[in-house]
Design a protein around this ligand. Sequence first.
Ligand code: SF4
Ligand code: FES
Length: 382
Amino acid sequence: MNEITKHAPAPAPTSSAACSVPLAAPIAVLAELTHRCPLQCPYCSNPLMLEKANVELKTEDWQRVFTEAAALGVLQVHFSGGEPTLRTDLAALVKHANGLGLYTNLITSGVLLDAKKLAALVDAGLDHVQLSFQDSEAENANRIGHYKGGHEKKVAVAALIRAAGLPLTMNAVVHRQNLDHLAEIIALADKIDASRLEVAHVQYYGWALKNRAALMPTRAQLDRATAMVDAARIRLKGRLVIDYVVPDYYAKRPKKCMDGWGRHFFNVSPAGKVLPCHAAESIDGLKFDSVRERSVEWIWANSEAFNRFRGTDWMPEPCRSCDRRELDFGGCRCQAFALTGSAGNTDPACELSSNHQAMFEAALADAASGEPNYVYRRIGGA
Ligand code: SF4
Ligand code: FES
């Protein structure tokens, strides 16, 4: 995510009764324009039940969402998917968001982009591109994404993005089957003239949880990777910024997932469901409101799904009396649900959770399994 802002936040909406602290305006929206995608990455953050093309929001629906989001105080729109460049109205949506003063970022696999499409996006006011890579090595990258020729296409598209004058971030999701190439992945980011590299260890829910035995790194791999990132940050200072997202299975405390549930961010699914987190649909029993029936402002303030885990009132022990409760907000709700069956539990990544030890042992067993095969992401579920 990028920090550039183009306009000042609007006044925050009033808090609902379910939330005991004043509700701030959201900063960013992740617009999942479609779940369609030519790639099939086994760690995709989209839900297991992907939404089909015939339920996607129309151009005017998305434009209304961006107008309402900007009025609410949103500063950034991240166009994502699936593969957002499959939407033939992408340039029109970028233009609309740009006209509202929003910072526009395209998160793409790049395999469908060419110079003409990029020129249209530049004309529409696109500010930034995040381009995903599956590995530094073509054969393994194309196996992970399950898309022949994809890596070679991405390298070529990176050059087009820079030639178009757009700033470029390279996204690299890392796991056991590409982590030993991290030095080459960092070198590739430098070579394609990315100004930022996001090295993100897989987070295990949805598709990634299904593939955990094939993806979970060993502790030794993780330690080598962390040292390599530290060294590269010094070596490439001033040339490449490296963001590093660690796998919290090996941590003592959880990550502050989503920067806290319903605090700064919302996600809109292709069909218009508004989610506090891109993986929130993996949690059974949450009701998500839709932009087809409600305004963005109403949903942000009143939606049951947003208010269920906002703030700290919902917390059980040990979070409730922990001095870190407003630092990490109890970790990740999706991970708590995936691993304990209740999103209302402390994230088992936390050492203080009674589920931590069992989670860690299961993860270590997966890391040692040597399983090489993936369950690829596909419409219709796994
Ligand atoms: Fe965070 Fe809860 Fe663990 Fe405290 S007990 S560190 S608030 S997850
Ligand atoms: Fe959903 Fe962490 S991924 S709250």
